[in-house]
Design a protein around this ligand. Structure first.
Ligand code: SAH
Ligand code: SF4
Ligand code: F3S
Length: 478
């Protein structure tokens, strides 16, 4: 198959921050592509973080503007996109697995256009493998050129060649894109893109470009528009939301944005993800004082050992992290704090791992995502010596999860017999007689009801049972 390589990724180029001013670009669909999707359907599989989910809403919006409609059956559609994640090897293995299945699908439906996008193509190894081993993939693009999708699809149709355009740059900010939001009561709102932290294990600063903030007016207007459309909750997104606004100067930062967004009338504000070093007093004050900012925070710690934190380039100590937790609990006594933890970082000793367990006991996180360290080619940690066997890493993960689950359940138990406010999402997956949603503290709550008019509303539920991963409750009549 012929290949049209418009541009290929380079991790070295991605690392290179030239300090250029951020470009702000307003999206507009070229008339030429208006009807390209007429009578055609598309389907997107989304993997990875909320950033990817938000991107998929933009991609869907762009495709629909081109005339495509969402397919019900993914493989009976005209365009299938995989929006991929590169954070760990198992995230990538999943994609290779899906691609293996797609080979047969393409044989049965040769007109199906298959595209790969998101973080994986930003890595040169992954894109090379895509080109060499998966000839049936028609289109490869990355995180920095979603706005070029109409052009890329056009070229793929026109030339019947494999079209590859992956740009490794510091990135820009795209405003004014259409969006197909998946929910009509909660919304993702990007406030910044990229990451400049360069934690030594992490691929994100290479796949997503430099840290850059949207203008506050654009964010505030987006939230006002959501309020007018009846949305109840927004989750502000960024890899390091606490760095919001720092590229504009010291005057207006994340805490200020929270205060301004609180005034829009949106009922619930959440945000993710926070970097502990950048979480400042102004933000904690805003959380405590703004009624709409929910009493819940995901504050990834990664390790409870200072030497490992230093090798990870996290730029804080365990003591500093604990100080921030103390301050959060002082000002927001009801807060639920969750975290991310990596075990088996190169050469992690049993004693260092023990320090992580100690931290879990001290903070009593009400939930945590726990991971075994995964080597990412091109990152500094990939060159570090690692004498910890996979077996030991797995065993550490199990020991950690046992403690994490214990406090996860305890966090759910503290609401027993209390009445909480739940924003109803819909019917529970495992029991069709229940509805479910999230409380202010971001606890998943199931309760008996078949009243679909409650979906999208905030209702009172008394918690009657606490499990590890969720709570059961009963609807409280007004
Ligand atoms: N920007 C966010 C999270 C990004 S990725 C933050 O800094 O908090 C989500 C989580 O994946 C990270 O918090 C980390 O715990 C985990 N992670 C990232 N790179 C990893 C790697 N190479 N191996 C294992 N876990 C990793
Ligand atoms: Fe990765 Fe660290 Fe940036 Fe989070 S803050 S995205 S872990 S480099
Ligand atoms: Fe994965 Fe990219 Fe998000 S690597 S976690 S999809 S930023």
């Amino acid at each position: 198959m012929r290949k049209i390589k418009l541009s290929m990724p380079s991790l070295v180029a991605a690392r290179n921050r030239k300090g250029e001013e951020t470009r702000y670009v307003t999206y507009k669909l070229d008339n030429k592509y208006n009807n390209l999707g007429k009578d055609k359907t598309y389907y997107i599989f989304t993997y990875g973080c909320q950033g990817n989910e938000a991107d998929s809403e933009v991609i869907s919006g762009i495709l629909e503007q081109m005339g495509y409609t969402r397919a019900i059956e993914p493989y009976a559609s005209d365009v299938v996109l995989l929006n991929t994640c590169a954070i760990r090897e198992n995230a990538e293995n999943r994609i290779w697995g899906v691609l293996g299945n797609l080979k047969g699908v393409k044989r049965q439906n040769p007109d199906l256009l298959i595209g790969i996008c998101g973080c994986m193509p930003q890595e040169e190894n992954a894109t090379n493998k895509l080109l060499e081993s998966y000839p049936f993939v028609d289109l490869v693009f990355g995180t920095h050129n979603i706005c070029e999708l109409p052009k890329l699809i056009y070229q793929a149709y026109l030339t019947k060649a494999k079209v590859v355009e992956v740009i490794s740059s510091q990135g820009y900010i795209l405003e004014g894109t259409p969006k197909h939001r998946e929910s009509s009561h909660k919304a993702w709102v990007n406030i910044m893109y990229g990451c400049d932290e360069f934690c030594t294990y992490c691929i994100v600063p290479y796949t997503r470009g430099k840290e850059r903030s949207r203008h506050k007016e654009d964010i505030i207007n987006e939230v006002k528009d959501l309020v007018a459309k009846g949305y109840k909750e927004v989750t502000l997104l960024g890899q390091n939301v606490n760095a919001y606004g720092k590229d504009f100067g010291p005057d207006y930062t994340f805490g200020d944005l929270l205060v301004d967004l609180d005034k829009t009338g949106i009922e619930r504000i959440r945000y993710t993800t926070s970097h502990p070093r950048d979480l400042d007093e102004k933000t904690i004050q805003a959380m405590a004082n703004c009624k709409s900012v929910m009493p819940q925070l995901h504050l990834p710690v990664q390790s409870g050992d200072n030497e490992i934190l230093r090798k990870m380039n996290r730029k804080y100590t365990v003591e500093e992290y604990l100080e921030k937790i103390k301050r959060l609990k002082e000002l927001i006594p009801n807060i639920s704090i969750t975290t991310d933890i990596i075990v088996g970082f190169p050469n992690e000793t049993e004693e260092q791992f023990q320090h992580t367990l100690d931290l879990v006991e001290k903070v009593q996180f009400e939930g945590a995502f726990t991971f075994i360290y995964s080597k990412r080619e091109g990152t500094p940690a990939a060159k570090m010596e690692d004498n910890v066997s996979e077996e030991v890493k797995k065993e550490r993960l199990e020991r950690l999860n046992e403690r994490v689950d214990y406090y996860y359940k305890k966090g759910n138990e503290r609401f027993l017999d209390k009445v909480v406010l739940v924003l109803v999402d819909g019917v529970s997956k495992n029991n069709k007689e229940n509805l479910c949603g999230y409380s202010e503290n971001l606890k998943l709550v199931h309760f008996k009801s078949s009243d679909m008019s409650l979906v999208g509303k905030i209702v009172k539920v008394r918690i009657t049972e606490a499990k590890t991963w969720f709570q059961m409750g009963e609807l409280v009549s007004e």
